[in-house]
Design a protein. Sequence first.
Length: 103
Amino acid sequence: MKILSRDMRKGRLITAGEYDPDKKIFYKKVIPAKHFFRIVDGYGISYEAFLNIKSKGCKKVLIKEKGGFNWSSDLKTWEDSGKVADFGSGKQFLLSLKFMHKI
């Protein structure tokens, strides 16, 4: 199922990723040149989407880089080690790659 989030800069809903309720995995496709946050050396999930997948019982996040690697982490890791920031598009949970597993 698609998980939507409001992009405050664009002023519209965007697809934050896909959630598989059977596997309890949130899949997020990213383009490293566009979505990589150098400030944390990692990736982000919109805060709104994060709360949505958490309420649905999500256990794992899988980041799929276009033309690159896949990165996996537990949702609990995002909560414990992630940082919340807002760079103009709305609040996001950011997590460094050092807390993710390359698969």
